[in-house]
Ligand binder design. Structure first.
Ligand code: C2O
Ligand code: CU
Length: 469
């Protein structure tokens, strides 16, 4: 079917795992459960033209495709990913959500030097936990140019709970307007003038999130496609489809629904929950949800509303021939029930054993849209004041949102439990005025980025470190 992602099942090789040099990181990596199988893939980050469906853009991609080829492996496999940098700039790959060894986390100047233009780097790590992940550079706003792809870590022990699987990657698209993400970042106010309207100035307010941000993008994409050359997902009537939603956008939360269907949510950021039904899902940047849908006979819209922005990304779900709904449809499910974090209960296996935190770090999210001084505890881009933890501690990070805007906060190298009994996640929306407690066990030594997954907020400085002592 059109627009369905090219999957890549990497070749199996016998390359030995080269262990990290830091003795503590080495010990943890050596203790991870591994299949002993190495899966090898080569990626090239390249500049060039791509077609989003009638819209040809000059941009940066992995191997000329947006999204890049999906990587699919089994839990415990060793990923050996050779990245060849053909961009005119340094780059890196961050494996979003994977609790991997610190030296492969892909954060330039922290876990590795940036990979220079013309150079290459091979990432090698065990991907220990099954789930829906993705990867992108951790260099400036490069991911907003189209450098991103799914990473699916399959669970070999999972019973056949579904008949088909779709990977649905959502994105907001700036390139192709004559303005690159970097240019827009260089003058954030230009974003408002150039792209859309200011909140509070006839602008963009979401009923769910409040201030929906200052940019309305010219295009919203599902699997790299505008509605004029849309993605068509296919299955047979009555089949149960596992849909893996990934929000790869830089500045947009999406509210997604499959017209005419309810969804049964089964995973948050890759971790299983007690299945729960919903009409729609609200997905912040960096978040993933897996849902099961039993498909009726017909052709249905898959619609992702750019939350608060009155624009949509669009695809089709087809189990039969017949005429398709047009991209202007807004299925009623979009305004139906939306399952929120409190209704998402992790399975027992995904629940941390109850334990009071050994240490609590309060990270205040600070700044405002006019001054564009997004920061943490009033400091912008300050990596010199890490939230310090010791191996073995139960850690609580409290994100305290003092701003008027919501922020999808992401912690590298760990997954946390929201509140006492909430879902396991690695990225979570913090609403304006809200405090969100994220608990996890410090079991992955290293220096880890913690930041807002609005690429522009992070670049403006809403980032800090989680640092093992
Ligand atoms: Cu998906 Cu630090 O990022
Ligand atoms: Cu933010």
């Amino acid at each position: 079917a059109l627009g369905v992602l090219a999957a890549c099942t990497p070749a199996v090789t016998t390359a030995p795992l080269v262990l990290p040099t830091d003795p503590r990181v080495r010990e943890v990596e050596a203790a991870r459960r591994s299949t002993g199988r190495t899966r090898s893939i080569t990626l090239a980050a390249t500049a060039g033209q791509i077609d989003l469906g009638g819209t040809v853009v000059d941009t940066w991609t992995y191997d000329g495709a947006v999204p890049g080829r999906e990587i699919r492996i089994s839990a415990g496999d060793v990923i050996e990913a050779r990245l060849v940098n053909r961009l005119p700039a340094d780059t890196s790959i961050h494996w979003h959500g994977v609790a991997l060894r610190n030296d492969m986390d892909g954060t330039p100047d922290l876990t590795q030097p940036g990979i220079a233009a013309g150079a290459e780097f091979t990432y090698r790590f065990i991907a220990p936990v099954p789930g829906t992940y993705w990867f992108h550079p951790h260099t400036g706003t490069q991911l907003d140019r189209g450098l991103y792809a799914p990473l699916i870590v399959e669970d070999p022990t999972e019973p056949g709970a579904y008949d088909a699987e779709w990977v649905v990657v959502l994105d907001d698209w700036i390139d192709g307007t004559g303005t690159t993400p970097d240019q827009i970042f260089a003058d954030p106010r230009q974003r408002t003038g150039h792209m859309g309207s200011m909140p509070g100035m006839g602008g963009t307010v979401s009923p769910l999130l409040g201030d929906a941000g200052d940019v309305t993008y010219p295009h919203y994409l599902i699997n790299g496609r505008t509605p004029s050359a849309l993605t068509t997902f296919t299955a047979k009537p009555g089949q149960r489809v596992r849909i893996r939603f990934i929000n790869a956008g830089s500045d947009t939360a999406f509210r997604v629904a499959v017209g005419g269907h309810r969804m049964t949510v089964t995973h948050t950021d890759g971790f299983p929950i007690t299945p729960v039904d919903t009409d729609a899902l609200l997905i912040g940047m960096g978040e993933r949800y897996d849902a099961l849908v039993t498909l009726s006979d017909g052709v249905y819209p898959v619609v992702a509303l750019a939350e608060g922005k009155n624009a949509t990304a669009f695809a089709l779900a087809r189990t039969a021939t017949g005429s398709a709904p047009g991209p202007e449809v807004r299925p009623s499910e979009l305004t139906g029930s939306i399952v929120g974090y409190p209704a998402l209960k992790p399975t027992i296996a995904a629940t941390l054993p109850a334990k009071p935190p050994d240490i609590v770090h309060r990270l205040a999210l600070t700044g405002g849209v006019m001054s564009y001084d997004w920061g943490i505890n009033g400091r912008t881009g300050d990596l010199t004041n890490p939230a310090r933890v010791r191996e073995g501690q139960r850690v609580r990070i409290e994100f305290v949102n003092t701003t008027m805007m919501w922020h999808p906060m992401h912690i590298h190298g760990h997954t946390f439990q929201l509140g006492n009994s909430g879902p396991r996640k690695d990225t979570a929306i913090v609403l304006p005025g809200q405090t969100l407690a994220c608990d996890f066990d410090a079991d992955n030594p290293g220096q880890w980025m913690t930041h807002c997954h609005n690429a522009y907020h992070a670049e403006a400085g809403m980032m800090t470190l989680l640092g093992y002592q």
